[in-house]
Design a protein around this ligand. Structure first.
Ligand SMILES: Nc1nc2c(c(=O)[nH]1)N[C@H]1C(S)=C(S)[C@@H](COP(=O)(O)O)O[C@H]1N2
Ligand SMILES: [Mo]
Length: 368
């Protein structure tokens, strides 16, 4: 495996700061890297489109900027390991970076639609093949910790559907991409785990199978509960599907776990957080909050913002009457999306700690 000269950049912002704005400013967006960040030259960089296509394309950044209509999408982009800390502390130890709840960003992206680029290349697969084919995305510019390149893939059907809003992003929050977030071009796959949003994109391949990159085949999978170490996980990597769509989720940002808070003049406390829809089932239509261990639930107010849509997160706030005088409580949140998917109290433990979507929780809060 490649040995890197330094550690890749992996960090998440302060959660209260992150949720203080609907659109995440670029400098507050989490960073997740399996290798060092390459500094690419937009003047010479190209994206090759190949595989089962009639015309191989070598697209310069000028081609991507000028030859296709540009499309804008506001979407939540989250690491599949977001909330891993909750899984490992509530359920059982897992392997992976100890992300809390801020490995998620809600940004505005702009660039050509992947479906338009694929249309220009011309797919040459039979209809039955198209149903199971994938579009593989790759970055060969920098080696990773577990592979010599980074890659992922997403089903072709989704990449061809204009409504799925898969784009080759040249802009993030109205500015050219920063180096850290994939300059000069990255894939943005709304509703799908961040691992598939390949940065520093240099190749798009239409193929009948998934990407064979390490991070597609041997990571980012919800392994069964009896996979408890590398050895017992071994037999599952080839049978368990790679994570694509992320589950419905919510988290409590304030009050923080262990906090002591004052009730207001009406004897209420304010609870705040964010919520995420599952896959393409957005937006979130309801967030409920409980201050009595899940016995009774009260609807939170969903805070509306310009630019919101089916792919974006929802910030929410609830004012709840609650006994004071030093009483201790655990506060829960649970979100429901447009398709009726609701968070479970706890979700399945898995070795890599991905896709945790149990109730949002602020434990041990003291109410004065
Ligand atoms: N080339 C490349 N693309 C990548 C990665 C990477 O390590 N290399 N990390 C992936 C993962 S796991 C996530 S969660 C997102 C993180 O995007 P960000 O760094 O812009 O937050 O990028 C994805 N794209
Ligand atoms: Mo990730």
């Amino acid at each position: 495996m490649p040995e890197l000269p330094e550690e890749p950049v992996n960090r998440e912002p302060d959660i209260a700061r992150l949720t203080s704005t609907f659109l995440t400013p670029t400098h507050d967006a989490y960073d997740r890297n399996h290798g060092l960040q390459p500094h690419l030259d937009a003047a010479t960089h190209q994206v090759r489109v190949d595989g089962a296509v009639a015309h191989i394309l070598n697209l310069s950044m000028a081609n991507l900027a000028n030859d296709f209509e540009h499309h804008e999408v506001v979407c939540a982009l989250q690491c599949a390991g977001n909330r891993r800390h909750t899984m490992r502390t509530k359920l059982k130890e897992v392997q992976g970076i100890d992300w809390t709840d801020a490995a998620v960003m809600n940004c505005k992206w702009r660039g050509p639609r992947l479906s338009d680029v694929l249309e220009r290349a011309g797919i040459i697969l039979a209809e039955e093949e198209q149903e199971t084919a994938h579009v593989a995305f790759a970055c060969h510019a920098t080696p990773c910790q577990e592979d010599t390149w980074y890659g992922a893939s997403t089903p072709l059907a989704r990449c061809l559907a204009p409504a799925a809003d898969v784009i080759l992003a040249l802009h993030m929050n109205d500015e050219p991409l920063t180096v850290g977030h994939g300059f000069p071009v990255r894939v943005v796959t709304p509703g799908i785990a961040g691992a598939r949003a390949v940065k520093w994109l240099d190749r798009i391949t239409v193929q009948t199978r998934e990407s064979d990159n390490f991070y597609m085949q041997h990571d980012y999978k919800v392994l069964p509960e009896d996979a408890v170490d590398a050895e017992s996980a071994g037999k599952y990597w080839h049978t368990v599907p790679a994570v694509q769509e992320m589950p419905v989720n919510s988290t409590i940002v304030s009050p923080a776990e262990g906090a002591t808070i004052e009730r207001d003049a009406e004897g209420c406390v304010t609870v705040e957080g964010y919520a995420l829809p599952s896959g393409d089932n957005g937006p979130v239509v309801q967030v409920e909050v409980s201050v009595d261990g899940g016995e009774t639930w009260t609807n939170a107010e969903l805070l509306r913002h310009d630019g919101e849509g089916k792919w974006s997160w929802m910030l929410w706030e609830a004012h709840l009457p609650i006994p004071g005088g030093g009483a201790r409580c655990t506060i829960y949140s649970r979100a429901t999306d447009r398709a009726g998917n609701t968070q479970p109290k706890q979700s399945q433990w898995n070795l890599r700690g991905v896709c945790y979507n149990g109730y949002g929780e602020a434990a041990d809060v003291t109410i004065m």
